[in-house]
Design a protein around this ligand. Structure first.
Ligand code: ATR
Length: 278
């Protein structure tokens, strides 16, 4: 049986084994997918041991996505752009590193949330690893505007510079929260880690255009302060990152197995379960 794993520290909380098991059942794939705890100082050894025992591929989660990037002997374009890897595929001695996070976000927005991206005005909050990982896939969806805003403004400028030559027809801008006054967007994505500490990036209410979607990359935290702020600003379309989680898993699954699972069905079931357990 083909073996896969999700490697992280901690790893017990991961929903990936449950998601991949559902995909495997749906598509009748003979495979095993397990959580694998790597010691904080032993990521590379854990990956190599798993591969040497016959592992075919692995997902990588916190805090190892940067190490996975260094460990990869070949990187896909989107992994290089993200500077991080969440999907490893073992091909003999070659370790292929890919990043399906941004593509997962774009698929969730386009397919599950019916959010048109082409020609839209998008605001991205944050300039850390999570933000960097979604910029290229967002640009490839050809929005009219993509504005990167961060508390430490220099980091937003750095990301703008990093992606300037990939912007195509998109107006790619960067700045601080103060610069947002008076501007509004069709889609506001929270890629900061503020929700983890129950905090809110200081965005003016005006950033939500009528009919805008507010999207928090965080999931499992209920209505975060960001989503609550969006609601009180009159924004009635809000989403957490559960859809992105399921869609990035579907991207990895399709890469490994050559079949695309019905991710929307798995997501719908997880949302029903979440509603009952909250
Ligand atoms: P991740 O990998 O989750 O992106 P990170 O690289 O540490 O983590 O980046 C965290 C991001 O959240 C940064 O953009 C950070 O802003 P700074 O660069 O100014 O530190 C942002 N962030 C964290 N807490 C925040 C808060 N309370 N308000 C606004 N932004 C916050």
């Amino acid at each position: 049986m083909d073996r896969y794993a999700v490697i992280g520290h901690p790893i017990k909380h991961s929903k990936s084994p449950q998601i991949h098991a559902a995909f495997a059942r749906q598509t009748k794939q003979e495979m095993e997918y397990k959580p694998l705890l790597a010691p904080l100082d032993g990521f590379a050894d854990t990956v190599r041991a798993f591969r040497d025992e016959g592992g075919r591929g692995a997902n990588v989660t916190v805090p190892f996505k940067l190490q996975a990037c260094s460990l990869s002997t070949r990187l896909t374009e989107r992994a290089r752009a993200a500077g991080a890897v969440n999907t490893l595929t073992f091909e003999g001695d070659v370790i292929v590193g890919d990043n399906t996070d941004g593509a997962g976000l774009v698929r969730d927005l386009a397919n599950n949330l019916a959010c048109p991206l082409a020609g839209s005005h998008i605001l991205l909050l944050g300039a850390g690893g999570a933000a960097r990982g979604v910029i290229l896939p967002l640009l490839l969806a050809r929005p009219a505007v993509l504005t990167i805003t961060n508390r430490t403004v220099e980091r937003a400028y750095e990301l703008r510079a990093l992606f300037a030559d990939r912007a195509g027809g998109t107006q790619l801008t960067a700045g601080g929260y103060d610069d947002l006054e008076g501007w509004s967007f069709d889609l506001v994505i929270n890629a900061t880690s503020a929700s983890l500490e129950n905090q809110l990036p200081p965005i003016p209410e005006s950033v939500f255009a009528p009919g805008a979607l507010a999207y928090d990359l965080m999931y499992g935290k209920g209505v975060t302060p960001f989503l609550a702020a969006a609601r009180s600003a009159g924004c009635d379309l809000i989403a957490d990152g559960l859809g992105m989680l399921v869609e990035q898993a579907a991207e990895s699954f399709a890469l490994w197995r050559g079949v695309r699972p019905d991710s929307a069905r798995v997501l719908a079931r997880m949302r029903r379960k979440q509603a009952f357990t909250r």
